[in-house]
Design a protein around this ligand. Structure first.
Ligand code: NZQ
Ligand code: ZN
Length: 393
């Protein structure tokens, strides 16, 4: 069991119409001039942006708006936002949208006080922690950025997708209204469910498998998401199950499901190269890779994979064949992904055969040209990365 720090300072406000509290919450946390950040238009079409702005106006809080965040958010818009914040004297940031909008906001929050280029943080050239305060109204349960310490940004030049994680990125408040997720397309709903499950799988598949409380929370969370996503795909306006998903997304990435484990994160690192290169949805990229990763690392801790198969996927435990039980679990997980419309290989993900050269390039980027590794259950070298991408092609 690992020693751990659990730090989840975000004030969560959950339930229907909670976005109407935005103005009061910004005031409570000291904002006087807000940048309202949003994506490609879903919050305009739904009327949410208007409601948020009215709530700020009702409290007499000044604001400027910046939309246009795309999935796999780009550093170019972050730079534009930083300039806007400086020009307008913004002292508080509010994201209205999903993980991409929240991550773009977090990048701006650390970029505004910094004298250099914000990309320095994502390439580990700078490590500042001074940030403007951040907050969000979440519209898609998926990335967990509403409570996490991370921000993942893509550089428009070269398609490099990198993260920067500091506690100062954790939102002051996050508003979670499950009704806002009724308009999500089935594809985004499924990608989101896959991503949130994977945030817990990344923590679960660890060598430290002696923290029962964490394991039990993790297994129950994944089962809950698997059940609820199936229901909302048929009934998009099922409040109860939209709510389960929304709260699961936050809990599954606010570190609760990692207390006492060291975590792995190889699938995420491998996926970031896929979405960086092909601009695919992050959750779908994870589904395309996970089975291959799991088969590749299975021998590092077969009993862990067998426990997952039995407790999460309902596989019958064959006590004489731990590896067989574990492999049946991996197959069942892939069956589940397919049942919600997710790809289970790269060809299905990108719609064409990936070339050897593209695989080599992704492995180069993922390993910083052979100078670093990813993963912990099995530490993956550049060669391992190539092998897994090839298994997944
Ligand atoms: O841009 P709009 O028009 O708003 O449309 C979005 C977008 O096209 C749409 N959408 C969101 N809410 C909607 C909606 N459409 C209809 N109704 C609604 N209520 O959904 C699309 C996807 O949105 P996005 O924000 O990209 O999704 P998600 O939350 O999955 O975020 C993905 C990003 O988060 C990063 C991923 O790598 C990816 O870049 N991650 C961030 C993490 C973190 N900060 O801790 C951890 C994750 O592992 C992940 O890497
Ligand atoms: Zn993720």
């Amino acid at each position: 069991m690992q020693s751990f720090k659990y730090y989840a300072p975000t004030h969560v406000v959950f339930g229907p119409e909670t976005e109407q509290q935005v103005g009061k919450l910004v005031k409570k946390y000291g904002g006087t001039k807000v940048l309202v950040h949003y994506g490609g238009g879903s919050v305009v079409r739904s009327g949410l942006l208007d409601r948020v702005c009215k709530s700020l106006e009702a409290e007499g809080i000044a604001y400027v708006k910046l939309g246009g965040v795309v999935p796999n958010p780009r550093v170019s818009l972050v730079r534009e936002g930083i300039e806007l914040c400086r020009k307008e004297g913004v002292d508080f940031l509010l994201a209205v949208g999903g993980g991409s909008v929240i991550d773009s906001m977090k990048a701006m929050s650390v970029g505004v006080p910094y004298k250099g280029d914000v990309w320095d943080f994502y390439t580990r050239k700078a490590f500042d922690k001074e940030c403007l305060p951040t907050s969000c109204v979440l519209t898609i349960p998926a990335a967990g950025s509403e409570m996490s310490d991370g921000s993942v940004i893509t550089n428009d030049e070269g398609g490099l997708k990198k993260d920067y994680c500091i506690d100062e990125f954790r939102c002051k408040f996050s508003i979670l209204n499950p009704v806002l997720t009724y308009t999500l397309p089935a594809w985004q709903t499924a990608c989101g469910a896959t991503d949130m499950m994977m945030h817990t799988q990344e923590r679960y598949f660890s060598k430290d498998d002696d923290m029962d409380i964490t394991d039990n929370i993790a297994e129950a969370s994944i089962r809950t998401v698997m059940n609820s996503v199936k229901i909302v795909l048929k009934e998009p306006e099922n409040y109860r199950h939209r709510a389960q998903l929304m709260w699961a997304g936050s809990l599954m990435h606010n570190d609760l499901t990692g207390c006492g484990t060291s975590g792995d994160w190889a699938t995420h690192n491998l996926e970031h190269e896929l979405s960086g290169m092909f601009d695919v949805s992050h959750g779908a990229g994870l589904a395309a890779l996970w089975g291959s990763w799991a088969r590749y690392v299975l021998n590092e801790n077969p009993t862990r994979f067998a426990r997952f198969a039995v407790n999460v996927l309902g596989v019958q435990n064959d006590f004489n064949d731990t590896i067989g039980t574990a492999l049946r679990g991996i197959e069942k997980m892939e069956e589940f992904y397919r049942s919600i419309g997710m790809p289970t290989n790269i060809k299905e993900l990108i719609g064409k055969d990936i070339t050897d050269a593209e695989i080599e390039e992704m492995a180069d980027k993922c390993s910083n040209y052979g100078t670093s590794t990813v993963g912990a259950l099995k530490v993956l070298t550049r060669e391992d990365m190539v092998n897994i991408y090839k298994m997944a092609r």
